[in-house]
Design a protein. Structure first.
Length: 109
């Protein structure tokens, strides 16, 4: 298969063409483009779309959840900050340590 245009891909995956364009803008499923700029969805992208639908249903996820998860993968500093924050939820003094580190960073800048 060389690739399907957005309407054909939408029909095969039960996503709307508008949603496919949205997923591309978010960087979740990025099809190849022809020299004329048409999107071409290959087997990889069709499988991504199908598995994305299954993932959302299985874990009751929103698209924004997946965008954030992808961002955590790409940005180690953000991942460390979120991990640290989550680790401190049960710690009564974690907010004090967080504030102290924040002030230290501000003073160092």
């Amino acid at each position: 298969m060389d690739g399907l245009k957005v309407g054909e891909a939408a029909a095969r995956t039960a996503w709307s063409p508008r949603m496919l364009r949205y997923l591309e803008r978010l960087g979740l499923v990025v099809p190849n483009r022809t020299s004329s700029g048409y999107r071409l969805y290959g087997l990889r992208e069709l499988n991504q779309l199908r598995s994305l639908a299954e993932l959302r249903e299985r874990f009751d996820l929103q698209i924004s959840d997946l965008v954030f998860a992808a961002r955590l993968q790409r940005e180690p500093e953000l991942r460390r900050a979120v991990d640290g924050w989550l680790a401190g939820i049960d710690d009564d003094l974690a907010w004090v340590e967080w504030e102290q580190r924040k002030h230290e960073r501000l003073l160092a800048a």
